[in-house]
Design a protein around this ligand. Structure first.
Ligand SMILES: [Zn+2]
Length: 241
């Protein structure tokens, strides 16, 4: 099913972005160039909490960590360096990654994000940016929270970036767009002028440097993921009028 496309006027002036990142790398992997082109943005990572009891998972082991305790101490530091490359600041929620056996309903994530937006909104206007929420359980949960916030009009609109790596899985992007359609929201391709104002090569180099600040994750990937080097793509999501 194709999403419902609508010609939405681009926001005239975007003060700064609040980018929601499921894990401690997704914002940079999926929209690092966008972050770098908007200085002073905030990245809110949802699953940045540590499980109460240390766990060992294949992903953390492939990343070079003994257990979740070591991983969740090192990864925020890597993320801090990566975000600094993009001129962004971190903000972290304490929900626990699905790889540690945790599961949160989208309603809980939506409520926590609504609080974050309310707090950040006291300091000025911003544009919320979400992942589309593709393939991975935590990503899907954040995507569902985003749709909930839009459907209940707790946010009027937002931008969604395509989840790097997962968007390359056959059918994953179509599924994500179909969920937006099913939630009676409209999605239209979005291209910010800020991206045109910065030389593409410079943004790509900045992003590459930022991604390089995640040595543990690059180790687990085994290589620089080709999809991360592909052009970022964004969608503007809003309730159907
Ligand atoms: Zn992720």
């Amino acid at each position: 099913m194709k999403p419902h496309f609508a010609a939405l006027a681009a926001p005239r002036r975007i003060p700064h972005l609040v980018v929601v990142s499921p894990h401690l790398d997704d914002a940079v992997l999926g929209c690092g160039s966008l972050l770098a082109s908007f200085g002073g943005s905030v990245v809110c990572t949802v699953f940045a909490g540590e499980p109460a009891v240390a766990r060992r998972t294949p992903w953390d082991e492939a990343s070079g960590f003994r257990d979740s305790h070591e991983a969740m101490r090192a990864r925020p530091r890597e993320d801090e360096c990566a975000l600094a490359c993009c001129g962004a600041k971190p903000l972290r929620l304490k929900f626990v990654d699905a790889q540690y056996g945790a599961e949160e309903p989208p309603e809980t994530i939506a409520a926590a994000l609504a609080e974050v937006f309310e707090r950040v909104g006291q300091h000025g206007r911003f544009l919320p940016v979400f992942p589309l929420g593709l393939w991975h359980r935590d990503h899907e949960c954040v995507g569902a929270a985003c749709r909930l916030l839009l459907r209940t009009r707790r946010i009027a609109e937002c931008i969604a970036y395509e989840d790097a790596i997962f968007r390359a899985i056959p059918g994953a992007l179509d599924e994500g767009l179909a969920r937006i359609e099913a939630a009676l929201l409209c999605a239209s391709p979005w291209h910010p002028h800020a991206l045109d104002a910065s030389p593409g090569r410079q943004l790509a180099a900045l992003k590459r440097r930022a991604v390089g600040a995640y040595p543990s994750q690059l180790r687990a990937f085994g290589h620089y993921p080709p999809d991360v080097a592909r052009a970022e793509r964004y969608w503007r999501l809003a309730p159907r009028s």
